[in-house]
Design a protein around this ligand. Structure first.
Ligand code: C2O
Ligand code: CU
Ligand code: CU
Length: 505
């Protein structure tokens, strides 16, 4: 049974599973540990690319001189994704995922988030610099029937950010069911570079998620093991077997790993090169020519791929070196080969400008400016030995200072590290300069076991001694299990806490 390859033999697999144990069998098989010893999934050449890639609509905005207002409503719906029937999914303003929010540097935004689910949730603006009370972390719960309306002024470089729920202990489930979306930021510099930026035409959101479906097309919430759920069906923007009809010589893909646990090493089936132009927090200094880009949960990369008329190529995830043992790598999906999306170029393509040799000034934060160095060890679903406590402030940071955070994974499981409110720079990894992909602004970074990452970041503008921001592993099951901590940003000399709890349950 461990030779089954669910990516293309899923129905046979599920027939066996169902014969054995009835509904919920896939979960039971996981519980038996079969997936731990399974062969890698290989869906290369096996995916039926027959659905046009769904492009999430741009969210409608009501704009005045003062503020741009968006409305998002979380609700349950049904989505036909996999063969056999419909899945119960959750979405924002639709049945799955949500519209793409888009705002420009200098613009003030207000987002009215209404919860029409039958349980409380939150919405967090991942990668955004904003006041803690607007962050949408686990302290800003939205009860069923309520509307939460955070507001802030966008003031950071053009970037591909995203939004997703963050209720403590429930984040994996809420994201898996479909809540989330992209949040694109623009600025005048990026707009003037001549990059592809026509949304849905040559500038494409690519929200990648893995899920498991049963033979009636329903979402399977398999029981979680060490790293949470690893699905065998890869969706882009909620579409299984997606086809992108390419109409321009160069296409910009804004790739977001919105999976709950799976990492991807993205590349193309013909090993063509592409130009990486941006990481989590915005443009790199200059484009980086690559054939692979590793993205762990929560990370983004913008890439530009060039095609000739009539060509096709497949976006694929290749086996990846996460620094894990073979068996742990397999159980995390690191050995899988996955066909993700077919790119099909038309017979004539609109010409595109060349990718500029210089993209943006990424000013280094000077190490000498750091007023504090903190250490964080991720191990056993804890950080520095502590499990997340909603009522404990772990770190107190002074506003308008820079700090170095030394982070490492003291464990043989895969972990990454995400910090709210800031974009950081990787100073070094075990004393060495980071690879070019990690040379720009980041908010989430993969931590291979045993390697020491020195991150530098500046905490600006917003002080609030009673409302914490989060830092955590973005493998969402780890986060739910307590691999998360809280920091507050205070004015010089200000006492932190107590945590403002009027929104907690
Ligand atoms: Cu992507 Cu704390 O979140
Ligand atoms: Cu975040
Ligand atoms: Cu982790």
């Amino acid at each position: 049974m461990n030779r089954l390859r669910p990516g293309f033999d899923r129905r046979a697999f599920l027939r066996i599973a169902t014969a054995g144990a009835g509904a919920g069998a896939a979960g039971m098989l996981t519980g038996c540990g079969l997936f731990d010893s399974r062969d890698p999934i290989d869906t290369v050449g096996q995916v039926d690319f027959a659905q046009p890639l769904r492009i999430p609509p741009l969210a409608e905005a009501a704009r005045t001189d003062q503020v741009t207002v968006f409305d998002l409503t979380a609700r349950a719906g049904r989505s036909a994704i996999a063969p056999g029937g419909e899945a119960d999914t959750w979405g924002l303003n639709g049945a799955i995922l949500g519209p793409t929010l888009r705002a420009r540097r200098g613009e003030s935004v207000q987002i009215n988030v209404t919860n029409e689910l039958d349980e409380a949730t939150t919405l967090h603006w991942h990668g955004m610099h904003l006041p803690a009370a607007a962050d949408g972390g686990p302290h800003q719960m939205i009860d069923p029937g309520e509307t939460w309306s955070p507001t802030w002024k966008v003031d950071q470089p053009a970037a591909t950010l995203w939004y997703h729920p963050h209720p403590h202990g429930e984040t994996e489930r809420h994201v898996y069911r479909g809540l989330g979306g992209m949040f694109i930021l623009d600025d005048d510099h990026e707009s003037g570079l001549g990059l592809p930026r026509d949304y849905g035409i040559d500038d494409i959101p690519v929200i990648v998620q893995d899920k498991t479906f049963d033979d009636r097309g329903r979402l399977v919430e398999t029981s979680r093991r060490d790293n949470g759920m690893i699905g065998d069906t890869i969706l882009v923007n909620g579409t299984a077997g997606p086809v992108l009809d390419v109409t321009a010589q160069r296409t910009r893909l804004r790739i977001l790993n919105a999976s709950t646990a799976r990492s991807y090493s993205f590349g193309f089936s013909d090993d063509r090169g592409f130009a990486m132009i941006a990481s989590d927090g915005g443009l790199l200094r200059e484009p980086v020519e690559l054939t692979r880009i590793l993205l762990t949960p929560g990370e983004r990369a913008e890439i530009i791929v060039e095609m000739s008329p009539g060509q096709t190529t497949t976006l694929r995830s290749h086996p990846q070196d996460l620094g894990l043992s073979d068996s742990r790598g397999r159980s995390t999906g690191a050995a899988d080969n996955l066909d993700i999306m077919l790119l099909r170029a038309g017979e004539s393509l609109v010409p595109s400008a060349a990718v500029p040799a210089r993209l943006a000034a990424v000013d280094r934060i000077d190490e000498a400016d750091a007023v504090e160095t903190r250490e964080f060890e991720l191990r056993n679903n804890r950080i520095n030995g502590e499990s997340m406590d909603m009522n404990r402030i772990d770190e107190v940071v002074t506003v308008d200072t820079a700090e170095i955070w030394e982070v490492w994974n003291g464990h043989r499981q895969p972990h990454n590290f995400h910090v709210h409110d800031v974009q950081f720079q990787v100073l070094s990894i075990d004393g060495h300069d980071p690879a070019p992909e990690l040379s720009g602004w980041k908010d989430t970074v993969y931590l291979p076991p045993g390697r020491r990452f020195r991150l530098i970041m500046r905490f600006t503008e917003y002080a609030d001694p009673t409302t914490p921001y989060m830092y955590h592993c973005h493998l969402l099951w780890h986060e739910d299990e307590g691999m998360m901590g809280q920091f507050v940003v205070v004015e010089p000399g200000q006492e932190p806490g107590p945590i403002d709890a009027d929104h907690d349950h």
